[in-house]
Design a protein around this ligand. Structure first.
Ligand code: GTP
Length: 597
């Protein structure tokens, strides 16, 4: 295709502002898909995504658009994930296109995630077309939102396009703007092949499918190609474009976006951001800025039923095939038995994987508290990564500990600002900035990631009644006074409950944890001390008193069915318990004990 007739773009939007609806409209209005084939929200392909209303896997679609100038253009839309955990994928896919539609719900305005993603688009050098969606709604305030886009983001919104993705109003203007306002891609057809690996996924029939953007040169079916970072070599078995159905194509030239397959076994073998070139006549320099996505949050996953260990291992292996950013290794816990220590890009990523294990693979799991990766600077000069608080070495061997810090941006209506500031302050936050745009405040905080991974989103949502939006980036590792706190139940340490905590907060956290555990652990026939300790020093203590009578005693022995029911209930309850020494601890306690409210 002639480069001047190609436009590549992505859509930047906050969750629920209408990205999927607009994408569906663009596809529909150009007749790429017959209406009857149009499944609702087609771009969100996975069930879980749909249920949660989030887009996780980047998708793309190629649209043929006959413009007003009489030419037919090829429009390539890349669908980027909308959530913070996938910021790295967003930044890569942004580099595969030249422009963005910035979609803002005209009844809501700019949110934190919009902001983070639009800055990525600006960084990638994009031309940006602001689009105000949902103007069919009476509550729409296009002028206010336009002013807000200019104030908060700092881009010209005078030519923002007012649309309703729902009714179709304004869609032709969006298509024309893509052609007239976004730049055509550049590239040299005669140069050695240089293509960017934008995304990859596992397909049950095709194996690994790799999405690429060609920068220079031409890629054809049958070519022998090389991935510059991994060094792997493959033959192109199938070369296609997504319309969104896969349509085979003989070649892709500069500026084009498509997918290929080629006997690649695992998604792990493909790295987003890698440079693809020909084995013979390779390009000399790779695309800049490649770095593999690193897991930042770790937690333990254990089967409730020890017999589920093998099925859990199989399920984790299957999921890992399709997700290079998810890591796992076997873990043994005295409290929870055999399981896996797993690494994730963030909390949402963790939740999605856990949900899939439970739902798609029908596994009952105990998830231990998420922990970040701490850096231990040992006295002998070695630097170790700590993925699990239970593995914390003897303190006398450690010189100092560093933890990851984040730069968090929170947007919130004025009324809730006080609560948000308090929450951030409580979590060891340092305020960096506070600005206003109308009745909304934007605050920027430097926070320890460790304080955010647990229940920060939940707390933020509840203190702001759901009106705040949140986004973050990892900023740096920094030293702080961190210690390992252990929990002892009946004088024995429960490894799955150990956490790393700031020394100044240890007493408070310890007190909350032992109080909670006292509520969560059922009474036994004997007295149970519950303690929090740093090293050998106990910093908080509660005692669970002994149970007086047998539970069935109050049935007076008379009502047999009632007694039986009670015993059955107890038995069912047992399955959800973990035997620990002489004490039974309910599974839910491992997470509940760590909540800070
Ligand atoms: P994620 O996929 O979760 O990122 O959301 P999204 O940005 O793709 O939003 P989506 O397209 O799923 O739209 C969110 C909700 O807004 C849906 O219920 C849509 O039906 C509705 N919606 C989208 N566009 C419009 C519009 O123009 N007018 C009205 N009234 N509703 C709209």
């Amino acid at each position: 295709t002639d480069l001047s007739l190609i436009r590549n773009f992505s859509i930047v939007a906050h969750i629920d502002h209408g990205k999927s609806t607009l994408a569906d409209r663009l596809i529909q209005s150009t007749g790429t898909v017959a209406d009857r084939d149009m499944k609702a929200q087609m771009l969100d392909s996975m069930d879980i995504e749909r249920e949660r209303g989030i887009t996780i896997k980047a998708n793309t679609v190629r649209i043929a658009y006959p413009a007003k100038d009489g030419q037919t253009y090829v429009l390539n839309l890349i669908d980027t994930p909308g959530h913070v955990d996938f910021a790295y994928e967003v930044s890569r896919s942004m580099r595969a296109v030249e422009g963005s539609l910035l979609v803002v719900d005209a009844t809501q305005g700019v949110e934190a995630q919009t902001l983070a993603n639009v800055y990525q688009a600006i960084d990638a050098g994009h031309e940006i077309v602001p689009v105000l969606n949902k103007i069919d709604l009476p509550a729409a305030e296009p002028d206010r939102v336009k002013a807000q886009i200019e104030d908060v983001i700092g881009i010209d919104a005078a030519d923002a396009i007012a649309i309703s993705a729902k009714t179709g109003l304004g869609i032709p203007d969006v298509l024309e703007a893509i052609v007239t306002r976004l730049p055509a891609p550049k590239g040299d057809r005669d140069a050695p092949l240089k293509a960017m690996l934008v995304d990859s996924w596992y397909d049950a029939y095709l194996g690994v499918v790799v999405m690429i953007r060609v920068m220079d040169g031409v890629i054809r079916k049958g070519d022998q190609i090389k991935m510059m970072q991994t060094g792997a070599s493959h033959r192109i078995d199938k070369l296609s474009v997504l319309t969104p159905a896969m349509v085979d194509i003989p070649e892709l030239g500069p500026g084009e976006i498509g997918v290929f397959t080629g006997s690649i076994k695992q998604v792990r073998d493909t790295r987003v951001g890698d440079t693809i070139t020909h084995e013979k006549r390779a390009c000399t320099t790779a695309l800049p800025g490649f770095k593999p996505a690193q897991p930042v949050v770790f937690c333990g996953l254990f089967p409730v039923d020890a017999n589920d260990f093998e099925p859990l291992r199989d399920a984790i292996e299957k999921l890992a095939l399709n997700d290079a950013s998810f890591s796992s290794e076997m873990e043994t816990s005295a409290a929870l038995g055999f399981g896996f220590r797993c690494g994730f890009l963030g909390l949402l990523h963790l939740e999605v994987i856990r949900d899939r294990l439970e739902r798609e693979y029908d596994l009952d799991l105990i998830t231990t508290a998420p922990s970040v990766v701490f850096r231990l600077h040992m006295r002998d000069g070695e630097v170790k990564e700590l993925h699990n608080p239970a593995d914390m070495p003897d303190l006398s061997l450690v010189d100092h500990i560093e933890e990851p810090r984040i730069k968090a941006t929170i947007m919130v209506p004025d009324d809730y600002l006080g609560d948000v500031l308090k929450l951030c302050q409580d979590r060891r936050g340092i305020q960096l900035d506070l600005t206003y745009a109308g009745a909304r405040a934007m605050v920027v905080y430097d926070l320890p990631l460790a304080e955010v991974v647990f229940d920060f989103y939940d707390r933020l949502k509840s203190v702001t009644k759901g009106y705040a939006s949140f986004d973050y980036q990892i900023s740096e590792y920094r030293e702080d006074f961190l210690v390992k706190m252990s929990i002892l139940v009946n004088d024995e340490p429960v490894d799955a409950l150990s956490i790393m905590v700031h020394r100044d907060r240890a007493e408070a956290r310890g007190r909350v944890m032992v109080e909670k555990l006292k509520e969560l652990i059922p009474r036994h026939m004997f007295k149970i001390p519950i303690q929090a300790a740093i090293g050998a020093r106990v910093i908080a203590r509660e005692t669970l008193s002994a149970m007086r009578k047998d539970v069935t005693a109050k049935c007076y022995g008379g009502d047999a069915t009632r007694k039986k029911k009670l015993l059955e209930k107890q038995k069912a309850g047992k399955k959800k318990m973990r035997q620990f020494g002489k004490v039974e601890i309910p599974q839910t306690a491992f997470i509940q004990a760590l909540k800070m409210d």
